[in-house]
Design a protein around this ligand. Sequence first.
Ligand SMILES: [Zn+2]
Length: 238
Amino acid sequence: MRLTQKKIEEIMISVVGEEGLPLVKELGAKDNISEFDLADKVKKDIKIVRKMLYLLYNHNLVSFTRKKDKQKGWYIYYWTLLPDSIRFSYIKKKKELLERLKKRLDEETQEIFFVCTNNCVRLNFDQGMDFEFRCPECGELISQDENKKTTEHLKKKTEEIEKEIGQLIQQRTERRKKVNEKKTEVETKKRASKKNKPKAVKNKVPKKNKVVKQKTKKLTIKKSTVKKKTVKSKKSKK
Ligand SMILES: [Zn+2]
């Protein structure tokens, strides 16, 4: 998924606040950056920087490794952004927003609302009835709200977000598929060839296979001369 730099920053700032923007930018520029370098670059006290880093860490947006400083005897922490977690967090937030919008849209399309001509309040039917269709603030009669604009806006927003989430999830699926394909590729290579192998792999694997077999033969011969039982138990395992 191509999460833009801006979106990544948006997510991280929702955790550390606007003042964390310089730190977020530095984290985005380099992996495994030491907290002292970070503090230098954003010109902030190391304590403030650490606090922000731990906040991000608690939200699973960054990870760290630590190394002992041999001269000073303390640990230095090196921080790295976690793009997968940031993506996950982003999709989660969008889904929550979508739920809220859908709920609002439901309310808007199912309920009738009343507004005061002086714009003091906006009430649903039950609330309006409670106040005998007069504004509880100024006493003016309230009238039915034309909520077409609101519902249209909500609909548009909802569709936009649904589309975005769909794209993000599709991209995630594709990315995972690629990772899995790589994994299976490595595993099949390891496992030596049986059937249905791609040609490129076929050429390589049989050689390996021969070598392995030869080795096991030699071993078996050696062992069989020493102890017959060991060979038996080994064979039965296979
Ligand atoms: Zn009013």
